[in-house]
Design a protein around this ligand. Structure first.
Ligand SMILES: [Zn+2]
Length: 128
């Protein structure tokens, strides 16, 4: 559901706090390790592997549906879970309402990203 389940947001809390709130809303205990793939299944977010030019992963919102596309050419399959968690950050966090997030390897795995939204999605993802 774009904009978060129920549209309920707590202003002023950090991305890590939003991650805990997100888990509470979907009835998953916030006890690590949390599998981002099972979160997607629970939220009806479809995950697909596609060859992407320069992105590691992307989030697409189409109407009431959301999709996470992972780059099938990635050499870093073991990092897919973190990429999915990062895209879940864009899916859920306040201020991340764009229809499309096209995230490069640097956006997801370099924590000094100068883009605030990318940093927030990473902080969200580290909570899993
Ligand atoms: Zn991103």
């Amino acid at each position: 559901m774009p904009g978060g389940i129920g549209g309920y947001k707590i202003p002023g809390i950090r991305p890590e706090g939003h991650a805990i709130e997100f888990l509470r809303e979907i009835d998953m205990p916030p006890i690590p390790p949390i599998d981002p793939f099972s979160i997607c299944a629970k939220c009806d977010i479809q995950i697909a592997l596609e060859p992407l030019e320069s992105a590691e992963a992307l989030l697409l919102r189409m109407g009431s549906s959301a999709f996470i596309i992972l780059n099938s050419n990635s050499r870093y399959r073991s990092r897919d879970a973190f990429s999915v968690a990062h895209e879940l950050g864009h899916y859920y966090l306040p201020g991340h309402g764009k229809e499309k997030y096209y995230c490069t390897f640097e956006n997801i795995f370099r924590f000094h990203s100068s883009q605030k939204n990318e940093q927030e999605a990473n902080s969200f993802a580290t909570s899993f």
